[in-house]
Design a protein around this ligand. Structure first.
Ligand code: OAD
Length: 245
């Protein structure tokens, strides 16, 4: 069934009212209305200093130019510092009190779900507010370190830190996908919000939920490769649609 942003179907309202296990998968689009630029969408792809984002956000860049990787993430943190959760993040945070089991799985690294009050958030791609030592693996809260520019060093072993974010060409954090996949297999209602559904393995989570029989709802102004899997496609901005639920 395709539904427009104009209304929430009675089927969805009743599914939502009776759902026991709800999974929400989010991507960059859920933060768009907070002012966080998406990577793709509207036919465009993000470019920074003339390079496509999958080049400067890649594991090979980490090896060849760690300072440039930090420059990009220092810039992203400076942008994020001024931004706040939007009504989409807030609606999702409220939903956690409505059902027995509720889980947010996000590809976003901005921490805005937690800032809105979401408690159970699986971060598939890490978090820009954390750094990790390349030598000893110790993790740091970059807000507490007050890092604004340059490549920070480890206070324990003096090794260089890297952003604790998954870069192109890297594996997801140990256990994160497995935990999310188990939630996807068991949910009875699955929302897919603001993701282009092009990056795997995150994009396979809705496939898992759908194959396991969950009622599938997509919220996105554009269609995606997952739209055909969904029972309802709510076409429009998440910040306008999610609060209607
Ligand atoms: P993308 O930038 O690929 O896709 C953003 C999606 O959000 C698009 O489908 C837009 O149509 C949609 N969108 C835009 N505004 C929206 C709004 N107000 N409400 C709802 N949807 C909206 O972002 P992701 O799918 O999250 O990975 O990208 C996946 C991964 O690719 C990211 O986590 C990142 C990137 O490389 C890493 O950094 C490892």
């Amino acid at each position: 069934m395709l539904t427009s942003a104009a209304g929430i179907s009675s089927e969805l309202s009743s599914r939502f009212a009776s759902a026991r296990r709800v999974l929400v998968l989010t991507g960059a689009g859920v933060s768009a209305e907070s002012g966080v630029p998406t990577f793709r969408g509207g036919g465009k792809s993000a470019v920074w200093k003339g390079m496509p984002f999958d080049v400067f956000s890649s594991s090979s860049m980490l090896e060849s130019d760690l300072a440039a990787v930090w420059e990009w993430f220092n810039y992203r943190r400076a942008v994020l510092e001024t931004l706040k959760p939007n009504p989409a993040h807030q609606a999702i945070a409220e939903w956690q009190h409505r059902c027995e089991e509720f889980c947010v799985v996000t590809q976003n690294v901005d921490g805005l779900h937690q800032a809105a009050g979401s408690l159970d958030v699986i971060e598939l791609h890490g978090n820009v507010w954390r750094g990790r030592c390349l030598e000893c693996g110790k993790r740091y809260d970059l807000r507490a370190l007050g890092i604004k520019e340059g490549v920070p060093g480890c206070q324990q072993c003096s090794g260089p830190l890297r952003p604790d974010v998954v870069l192109f060409g890297e594996m997801l954090p140990a256990g994160a996908f497995e935990k999310a996949a188990a939630k996807a297999e068991n949910c009875d209602l699955c929302f897919v919000v603001g993701t282009s559904a092009l990056v795997y393995p995150a994009a396979s989570l809705p496939e898992i939920a759908s194959a396991a029989g969950a009622y599938m709802v997509e919220v996105n102004p554009e269609r995606t490769p997952l739209s055909h899997l969904c029972d309802e496609v709510l076409t429009g901005p998440a910040g306008e649609i999610l609060p209607l639920l």
